[in-house]
Design a protein around this ligand. Structure first.
Ligand code: CAA
Length: 259
């Protein structure tokens, strides 16, 4: 258990990675490191079947710790910057479905954490953005890359060049946010969605790999990856269960063992 990042797993196998550094979950080096450790822990725990990342009822994360960054030299950041990206790579590469539940602000590194999740659920009064340019720097935890891949390079350029934040509604319109709900409901909505994925078959992991890794490949290589994973899904117990259940009971009734 970290000082600022904790992991709890409920009886349905949904892990909550909780950012907890008052008042705004500013991401100092320790938080980044603990976030990476939390992701590794979720990835290696067979009981974890889906993950929600949550910054509490007030704020998701207002970005990297500016007070720490103000004292950071080029050489220190050169050595440390890759670590930010590594932590988010650990999160992004989790085999389980990951949902970011966003309240208040997801700015800078906060937005970048959310971008590493499969889905973003946001409170209707939340704000998202990449304000680094206003500090004289650029996003350094994947913001210029994942944002552009998600919403398109033009919208990403607008957000990164201007530093403007957008409301949850605007973010949903551009595809940055998937679901908008009230601040009181956002965590529970994310948990409910995560529980649904937690009940899904082992093939969900294969679907995630095919989509995420395939997106980085040319079409031929991506289709070969899909083909291999498609065949591999037939080796799972859940594939037997799913098809037998369809034949005997009709669609959508299978109870999967995640094996
Ligand atoms: N780092 C360190 N401290 C921060 C912080 C941050 N990112 N954001 C807020 N704080 C601190 C404030 O300094 C303030 O501290 P004190 O009480 O000691 O004065 C406290 O948190 C509360 O903040 P505000 O008084 O500003 O609260 P607010 O409700 O008026 O505004 C806010 C909230 C809109 C989030 C505003 O604080 C803000 O704009 N924060 C900075 C956002 C930002 O620029 N993030 C990008 C960081 S760079 C980055 O993330 C690089 C990367 O890609 C990895």
């Amino acid at each position: 258990m970290g000082e600022f990042v904790t992991v709890s797993v409920d009886e349905d196998g949904v892990a909550t990675i909780r950012l907890d550094r008052a008042p705004v979950n500013a991401l100092n080096r320790q938080v980044w490191a603990e976030l990476g450790e939390a992701a590794v822990r979720c990835g290696s725990d067979d009981d974890v079947r889906a993950v929600v990342i949550w910054g509490g009822p007030k704020v998701f994360a207002a970005g990297a710790d500016i007070k720490e960054m103000a004292e950071t030299s080029f050489t220190e950041m050169y050595a440390h910057g890759a670590g930010l990206q590594e932590s988010l790579r650990e999160l992004e590469r989790l085999p389980q479905v990951v949902i970011a539940a966003i309240t208040g602000y997801a700015l800078g590194g906060g937005c970048e954490i959310a971008l590493a999740a499969d889905f973003r659920f946001a409170a209707d009064d939340a704000k998202l953005g990449q304000p680094e340019i206003l500090l004289g720097i650029i996003p350094g935890a994947g913001g210029t890359q994942r944002l552009a891949r998600l919403v398109g390079i033009q919208k990403a350029k607008h957000l990164v060049y201007s530093g403007d934040s957008v409301t949850a509604g605007e973010a949903a319109e551009m595809g940055l946010v998937d679901t908008v709900t009230t601040a009181d409901d956002v965590y529970e909505e994310a948990m409910a969605a995560a529980r649904r994925y937690a009940r899904g078959p082992y093939a969900l992991r294969m679907a995630k790999r095919a989509l995420d890794e395939g997106a980085e490949l040319d079409l031929d290589a991506a289709l070969r990856l899909e083909s291999t994973l498609f065949a591999a899904s037939f080796a799972t117990e859940d594939a037997r269960t799913g098809m037998r259940s369809f034949i005997e009971e009709g669609p959508g009734r299978a109870r999967f063992s995640q094996r």
